[in-house]
Design a protein around this ligand. Structure first.
Ligand SMILES: [Zn+2]
Length: 383
């Protein structure tokens, strides 16, 4: 599987909580979540039976996870070919996750998503070919009775199964991304995403129905997983689509109040009460020296009292935007700056962008887009 992370989430502390042990694959750090080790131990424990030794089972389980690791390595290498670094590969009990620095464009996504299952298909076919060439037998009975003698054929089939499973054409599976990238060649990304999500929802509904009828609750659980994947992907891309083509200048607040560098927290608190504003630019003459957020104001008020100066409480390292900037580029910067950024036109403060304002702008833009698509309402009659 592949996920991309917004820039502001890339601080090391937030990467993969609970990760234990670090190795590298093609230069990408691989982290093993501690639940992954639990799954390894559980699988080996459950797999060791009369016909299979503990060592044989361990070998098979290790082979299985190396296959998953190489699958993620495939994603990472394909992403690198398109200039997208992979932050890390996380190994989880249900599979791996390659975290990319940014979302691949539709044309790039095809190869990035396909390369994972492709690795498993090549591994599986290669193993089967190797077994066949060396005179080994490939029989269905192998997979009914696990023994130390048929580890390789079982790994071959497991790899082919991994390839097929990941190619299910639904988010968050790789197959869903492949389908989206193909559909996006002829239409906007958000339309392609909605179509892929509809396919995913239909698959999820069929799986849930079949799972319930056959009392296979693992399948019902998986159907739910696919359903949520479809919802999330649709939401993420429709936000992105709503922002595209709009500039910071269109969405920013232009009517706001500022504080003076020499003001006290008492004066700032009065302004907080009198207005609906939560963040205040602090100015000295025509220069902006900082940004005072509601949280910083309240914290300083509690610690230093109302007579302390706003200059001691404000954030001097606030996010700066320009009015021409694309909203989709500005939104992550605004989010990283504590959900507020100041907009400057050649060092002159011209506006503010906050999370609330951005969401209002997007809602309005959505309504306008829907009205433009719908047939025009009848003009009311006058006189
Ligand atoms: Zn994958």
């Amino acid at each position: 599987m592949v996920v991309s992370m917004p820039k502001q989430q890339q601080t090391p502390a937030q990467r993969a909580p609970g990760a234990v042990g670090i190795v590298r694959l093609f230069g990408v750090p691989v982290r093993f979540h501690f639940t992954f080790w639990l799954a390894v131990v559980w699988l080996i424990y459950m797999g060791a039976s009369g016909s299979q030794t503990l060592a044989g089972t361990a070998l098979y389980v290790i082979g299985l996870f190396v296959s998953v690791l190489l699958h993620e390595g495939g994603h990472a290498l394909a992403a690198r070919r398109h200039g997208i670094p992979t932050l890390e590969i996380v190994m989880l009990p249900l599979g791996g996750l390659a975290r990319l620095e940014r979302q691949p464009k539709p044309a790039e996504e095809f190869w990035v998503a396909l390369s994972g299952p492709l690795v498993n298909a090549v591994l599986g076919a290669g193993l089967l070919g190797g077994i066949y060439a060396t005179g080994g037998t490939i029989a269905l009975s192998h997979w009914q009775q696990a023994t130390d003698g048929n580890i390789l054929p079982r790994l071959a089939v497991a790899n082919l199964a991994l390839a097929l499973f990941n190619l299910i054409p639904a988010f968050p599976m790789d197959g869903g991304r492949v389908v989206r990238s193909l559909l996006a060649a002829r239409r906007p990304v958000d339309v392609a995403t909605r179509m892929t999500s509809r396919i995913g929802t239909a698959i999820a509904a069929l799986m849930a129905l079949y799972g319930l009828l056959s009392a296979n609750f693992l399948l019902v659980f998986f159907a739910f997983f696919v359903y949520v994947g479809a919802l999330q992907e649709t939401m993420a891309t429709s936000q992105q689509a709503l922002m595209s083509g709009a500039s910071v200048g269109e969405a920013m607040i232009t009517d706001y109040r500022t504080l003076n560098h020499g003001d006290t927290l008492r004066e700032a608190a009065a302004l907080l009460l009198a207005t609906s504003q939560q963040d205040f630019p602090v100015v000295a003459g025509d220069r902006v020296t900082g940004l005072l957020s509601r949280a910083a104001l309240l914290a300083a008020m509690a610690a230093d009292g109302p007579e302390a100066f706003v200059a001691g409480a404000m954030d001097r390292d606030f996010a700066r935007l320009s009015p021409e900037m694309d909203l989709s580029d500005a939104a992550p910067l605004m989010a990283a700056g504590g959900n507020c950024a100041l907009v400057f036109e050649e060092d002159r403060l011209t506006g503010m962008l906050t999370a609330e304002n951005l969401s209002e702008f997007l809602i309005l833009r959505k309504i306008r887009a829907e009205r433009a698509e719908a047939p025009a309402p009848k003009e009311p009659h006058h006189g």
